[in-house]
Design a protein. Structure first.
Length: 365
C-alpha cells in the first residue's frame, strides 16, 4: 500500500482545452481593460484605436467560452452551475461572469461601431447600427463600467481557480494570477499594432504607436516582476519554481523560450517607445506571434506541464499530447476558429461594408 501510494503516477486532470480557454479569455479580458482605459483616459478621443482593441478582444472573447464548453466534455454540464448555488466556488463565480463579460464586450463593440461610422454609404445589412437616436458616446461611458467589472472578475477567477489548490505547491502562490494577467496583457498591444499595420485603411499614427508601446512596456515589466517574485519567494511555491530545472530538459526549453520571447519584445518596445523607428508590417506580425507564444507557453507550462510534477507520489506523472480532439486537434481547431473570427472582424473594419468617420487614404482620426 505504501509503495503504491509513493510511486503510482497520477492521472492528468486538465486537458489542453483548459490552456486554450485561459489563453483566449485572458486576452479578451486584457483587451477590454485597455479599451476602458483608453475611453476614460482620453475621453473618447482615441475611439478609432479603442475600436481596434475591442475588435481584437471580441474574437478571443467568443472562442474562449467555446473552449471552456469543450473542456467540460458535455456542454450541458455548464447549466449545472446555475441550478446549484455555490458562491464559495471560483468556478461558479466564473460561470456567472463569463456570459456577462461576453455580452458586455459585444455591446461595447457594437456601440463603438456606431460611434465610428456614419449611416450614409453603409451597406444595408449594417444600417441597423444607426437606428434610433441613441448617443453611443454617452452609453459607452456606462457600458465601460460593466465591461471593466466583468473583465476584472474574469482575470480574478481564472487566477484564483488555479492558485487555491494546495496539493500542487507551484500553483499555491499569489504570483500566479498576476503572471497569467501580465502575459495576456502584453500580447494585446503588439497584436493590435500588427493588425493595424496590415491594414491600409487605419492609421499608423505615432501617437497610437506610442500609446500601445506604453501598454506593452507595462505588460512586459509586469511579466518580469511576477516571475522573479515567484522564483524568489520564500514559500513552497517559490521552492517548487526554483526546482523546475531539475525536473527535466523540457523546463529548460520552456524557460529559454519565455526569456527569448520576452527579451526580443522588450528591445522592440524600447526602440519604438516614443516613435515608430521600425516600420515593417512583417516584423510586427512576427513579434505579435511572439507575444502570443509567450502568453500561450506560460499557460501550457502552468496548466499542463506542471501537472506532470509529483503531488502525492514521488515520480513524474507522464503526459503525451495525442492527436485527437482532446489534444492537438482541439488546439488546432480553436486557433483555426480564432483566425477565422480575426479575418472576419478585420474585413469588417476595412471600410467595405461600413463608412468610417475620418477614414481617408489610410488615416483615421
Amino acid at each position: 500500500m505504501i509503495r503504491e501510494l509513493l510511486t503510482l503516477p497520477q492521472e492528468i486532470a486538465w486537458l489542453p482545452w483548459a490552456v486554450q480557454y485561459f489563453f483566449f479569455i485572458g486576452i479578451a479580458a486584457s483587451a477590454s481593460l485597455i479599451a476602458v482605459i483608453l475611453r476614460w483616459w482620453k475621453h473618447g478621443e482615441l475611439k478609432g484605436l479603442e475600436l481596434l482593441v475591442v475588435g481584437f478582444g471580441i474574437t478571443a472573447g467568443i472562442v474562449g467560452p467555446i473552449a471552456l464548453l469543450a473542456d467540460l466534455h458535455q456542454p450541458g454540464r455548464f447549466f449545472n452551475f446555475y441550478t446549484q448555488m455555490a458562491p464559495w466556488s471560483w468556478m461558479w463565480i466564473g460561470a456567472i461572469f463569463v456570459p456577462l463579460f461576453v455580452v458586455f464586450i459585444i455591446v461595447q463593440f457594437l456601440l463603438l461601431l456606431r460611434e465610428n461610422t456614419t449611416k450614409a454609404g453603409t451597406y444595408k445589412w449594417f444600417r441597423a447600427l444607426h437606428w434610433g437616436d441613441l448617443n453611443p458616446s454617452v452609453w459607452l461611458e456606462w457600458t465601460s463600467v460593466g465591461l471593466l467589472v466583468t473583465a476584472f472578475m474574469i482575470l480574478l477567477y481564472t487566477g484564483k481557480e488555479v492558485n487555491v489548490l494546495k496539493s500542487q505547491p507551484i500553483w499555491f502562490t499569489a504570483w500566479l494570477p498576476w503572471a497569467l494577467f501580465f502575459t495576456a496583457f502584453q500580447a494585446v498591444p503588439m497584436c493590435v499594432k500588427a493588425w493595424n499595420s496590415l491594414s491600409s485603411r487605419w492609421s499608423r499614427r505615432q501617437d497610437d504607436t506610442a500609446i500601445l508601446s506604453r501598454f506593452q512596456l507595462v505588460g512586459l515589466i509586469g511579466v518580469a516582476i511576477t516571475l522573479m517574485g515567484w522564483a524568489m519567494s520564500d514559500t513552497p511555491a517559490g521552492a517548487a519554481f526554483r526546482d523546475l530545472p531539475n525536473k527535466g530538459s523540457v523546463w529548460w526549453t520552456i524557460g529559454l523560450s519565455l526569456f527569448i520571447y520576452w527579451f526580443v519584445l522588450m528591445i522592440y518596445t524600447l526602440v519604438n517607445f516614443n516613435m515608430r523607428r521600425i516600420n515593417c508590417r512583417w516584423i510586427d506580425l512576427l513579434l505579435a506571434l511572439g507575444s502570443l507564444s509567450l502568453a500561450w507557453t506560460i499557460r501550457w507550462a502552468i496548466l499542463m506541464q506542471s501537472q506532470t510534477l509529483p503531488k502525492y507520489n514521488v515520480v513524474i506523472n507522464p503526459y503525451h499530447l495525442d492527436w485527437g480532439f482532446s489534444g492537438f486537434l482541439g488546439i488546432l481547431a480553436t486557433f483555426g476558429l480564432w483566425l477565422t473570427l480575426v479575418i472576419v472582424v478585420w474585413s469588417l473594419l476595412q471600410d467595405r461594408w461600413l463608412t468610417f468617420k475620418g477614414v481617408s487614404h489610410g488615416s483615421f482620426k
